[in-house]
Design a protein around this ligand. Sequence first.
Ligand SMILES: [Zn+2]
Ligand SMILES: [Zn+2]
Length: 285
Amino acid sequence: MTAPAESKLYLGLCQQIAEVRSAFKTRHLKDTKTPDEQIQEQAEGKKPLLDMQKLKIGKKLPDEFFNDLLSVLKSNEFFSRMEIDRLLANKEKINLLKLIRLVLDRDFPRLISFSSQLEIETDLVLFIGLNLSQAVLELYADTIKDKVDQENWLKGNCPVCGSYPGIEKLRRDDGKRILRCSFCGTEWYFKRIMCPFCDNEDHNSLRYFFIEEDSPTEKAAFRVDVCDKCKSYIKTVDERKLPESEKPDLYLENFNTIYLDVLAQKDGYQSPTYWMVAPSEDLLV
Ligand SMILES: [Zn+2]
Ligand SMILES: [Zn+2]
């Protein structure tokens, strides 16, 4: 995953997926509705809006997006041709709803046995499961994101689906810190000095680093915020340090900046959502 040629192929794959995801969302946003009984009262105990255990996902959307994914995978060389052919030959046997559930539950042992039953590489099965879950959840999240109480939520996990953030930004206009959910893509406000993973507010144990060699104009625009209390990290895009014309897409920047994950992990920090960016790195952790 870290070899330059492989990283380039992987980034290309993620860019293609981002495009089909956006088209998929545009096609379905109008006719998707999250049933009221699956939405929780956020004010009570600060629960996320969606009760993920009760969330019912129909078959139609995953089926359709699975076909979108297959056409991208066929045109990209990141996964070997042999693997893709085996996937195509076995595609009818894949229970997509079960796969989504395993990914949402982060049930790696069952994901591994699921892929060995299908005789398909676990990385590929996980890649499909992850992208299916994200595309479908993003659609549901979009239909209810207006109900998020942005001013009062201020928690480290997503106000819509409860997952941890995958990346964050400091907004250009006002420097506000905004986290982005690793699963459903919802963005929400968070305190400037606080670890989203353990709520640590002690500024002595919160710091950030960036790569000195990054080009001068973009210096420090891509950085890693770390917490020495829980040893977690999150990548941050500081929009204020980017040229005015650049509007970073956090979903893609998460893949673009895998070099920062490598550095953070070398220093002994972990991200609970890193497996979503580079699945083969720590699948079994
Ligand atoms: Zn979410
Ligand atoms: Zn922490």
